[in-house]
Write a protein that binds this ligand. Sequence first.
Ligand SMILES: *Cc1c(COP(=O)(O)O)cnc(C)c1O
Length: 366
Amino acid sequence: MIKFLDLHKINARDNTKIMEAIKRVVDSGWYLRGEEVLNFEDEFARYCGVKRCIGVANGLDALRLIFKAYLVLGKLEEGDEVIVPANTFIASILGITENKLKPILVEPDLFTYNLDDSLIEKSIGPKTKAILIVHLYGQNAMTAKLKDIAKKYDLLIVEDSAQAHGSKYENKKAGNLGDASGFSFYPGKNLGALGDAGAVTTNDMILAETIRSLANYGSKEKYRFDFQGINSRMDEIQAAILRVKLKRIDKDIERRRNIARIYLNDMKNEHLVLPQCLQHDGHVWHLFVIRSRNRGAFQEYLKNEGIESMIHYPVPPHHQKAFPTLNKLNFPITEKIHQEVLSLPMSPVLHNTEIIRIVEAVNKWN
Ligand SMILES: *Cc1c(COP(=O)(O)O)cnc(C)c1O
């Protein structure tokens, strides 16, 4: 079976260094809010080209802390509206709703799967204060038009960069394209920890300081609490591991791009829609997502060919029980995407022979 994602194989490449990193933390006797996190924050900020990075417990917390900080700073108020793509992972929406802000779902483009910038303006009302862009599947979602609209209506741009570490727009990386950005280092992401971890990046020093405090019970000074915060900290072991893995990310992205190039060149099947890459350095291929009108049968066929695939995601947020107030809404493009998408194996440890087998299997299907 060709695995969809072989995490063991991915991390085995750094086995010795990861073991050394873990040992260093265990031996230090210091497990939270220490040198490893501070160093990782510096290194990741430099990688993204931003002034500040704050390590937090996971990607959802990164997003919810950004919005919480804007509430605390008075840039947002409860009930304000945030524009967000309708076809995103649930966490993007939860980052908004957990802060009693209102998500305004907007359809994506059917071919990039990112927010359709021609639909944003008509979704803006007097309470609209921010756009949460999601660089879905690894493709950068920033556009010139989106920037213009944000400027015209004075909207904050928040990035959900959970799937897009290193993806660029006009030579700037995800994490440095808006007012603030949330990252996830969930094990399966392009930069993955060996457990949960996340980060916020921003060039706004006041926002950074507020998030640092909010993520630590709302405290800047020990046992003094300025805000009603939460506990969301990256731990030292995950930071030490991420420092090892960060060294590899650009090489890994290049490998993903090579695999995507082979898939795009060699896959020929009129029943399938292949993904579109707008800009070579804009896509980091977290996922290689094709569409099929007959997805169930295609996935079953691949399984019989010994190829594992996944669906990102089977049910759109507005059809989830968790959001009864969204259930009556209709988003035909989003619904079509959720019915048809299938993610093929994509990872830097995929072997050339596996790539060939996958291409052959895809081409044979009818
Ligand atoms: C993974 C992911 C998140 C959430 O990250 P966690 O670390 O799992 O909390 C948020 N948004 C998107 C688009 C994601 O893919």
